[in-house]
Design a protein around this ligand. Structure first.
Ligand SMILES: [Zn+2]
Length: 333
């Protein structure tokens, strides 16, 4: 951990000097996939006391990042991945889940800088019909002073405990299938007399999606119907998750959906078997959140690099160049 931090620090310091640029050229990371989730207003970014902050960027930071990427790299559409473009390193910008702020905050910036991107949609989240478990559990933890689990009363009365218990539950819930999740929430909720379900409208509506799909810069991809851990689903459930969302998107957008993003995207959440099954639905690419750099021979297991609010200057250069994930890989994270 310390070596990695140190190495990353050295890279970030060096990443703008000419020698490092020559080294990067020699290593020849041809294409790098970057991954975003949310782009919130600057005010919301500063006011938020929330988990998963590393998945959120503020609008002004996002604009700086996009401007920088456009100036220094060749940002291309995922559909042009096989085209021989000019020599500049290629970047593909991706968004997961289908948050409303992708339309409200990210799209205007992408349009301003003529920057293509792909947004992978979880179809049951559209119109806020289904609410993801990671927001549901945070909503409870944020409002309450205690939570019952396995006949134990857990103290969640301060921020440190709230984040700790949130992470504890995330690790549990990600391993549950949908019906287990329903029972889990029922169990948790039965200990509260009153609970105001103040879930905000975080996701795109169908109309927003159509407008996004109409933009010549935006490609839409599939991120399943319910955002479940694919590794724990049986074949029937897995097929249903893929097919339902692909057909749903194709019906709304009236075009073929050719790209797929694995929910969570880490090794623990998919298997070779899941990849084989997804391929059968005629997708041209499958992206994950694994570390590593893009390899043209592996279109069905593309690694991506997460971009956060601190990724500017040397940090962003190192990530966008693929050097950061190269380091992660050699340090075996
Ligand atoms: Zn996701």
């Amino acid at each position: 951990m310390i070596e990695k931090k140190l190495l990353r620090k050295i890279i970030n310091i060096c990443s703008n000097n000419n020698f490092t640029k020559l080294l990067f050229d020699y290593l020849n990371f041809d294409t790098v996939f970057l991954n975003y989730h949310r782009v919130v207003s600057d005010q919301e970014y500063l006011s938020g006391n929330r988990p998963n902050n590393d998945l959120i960027v503020s609008k002004s930071v996002f604009e700086e990042q996009i401007k920088y990427l456009k100036q220094n790299f060749n940002v291309i559409s995922i559909n042009d991945i096989n085209k021989n473009l000019d020599q500049k390193k290629k970047i593909i910008i991706t968004f997961d889940d289908g948050y409303l702020d992708n339309f409200e905050n990210a799209l205007p910036v992408l349009e301003k800088y003529e920057c293509p991107a792909i947004i992978y949609i979880v179809t049951s989240f559209l119109d806020n019909k289904n609410y993801p478990w990671w927001l549901k559990i945070w909503n409870i933890i944020q409002q309450k002073q205690f939570i019952f689990y396995n006949q134990k009363k857990l103290d969640i009365s301060n921020d440190r405990l709230k984040f700790k218990i949130y992470n504890f539950f995330c690790k549990k819930i990600v391993l549950m299938n949908k019906s287990e999740q329903i029972s889990f929430f029922k169990e948790v909720m039965k200990n509260y007399d009153n609970f105001s379900n103040n879930q905000s409208k975080e996701f795109l509506s169908k109309n927003d999606l159509i407008k996004l799909g109409d933009s010549r810069l935006i490609e839409i991809g599939c991120h399943t119907h319910n955002h479940q851990n694919l590794k724990i689903l049986n074949e029937f459930e897995l097929k249903d998750e893929i097919e339902k969302s692909k057909l749903f998107l194709e019906q709304i957008l009236k075009r073929e959906i050719s790209h797929f993003s694995i929910p969570f995207g880490t090794k623990k959440t998919f298997s070779d078997k899941s990849l084989e099954l997804i391929k059968k639905f005629n997708f041209k690419t499958i992206v994950t959140t694994e570390h590593g750099n893009f390899d043209k021979k592996k279109m069905f297991r593309i690694p991506r690099i997460g971009i956060g609010n601190n990724d500017l200057g040397g940090n962003l250069y190192s990530k966008a160049f693929g050097f950061d994930s190269f380091v992660n890989k050699i340090l075996n994270r």
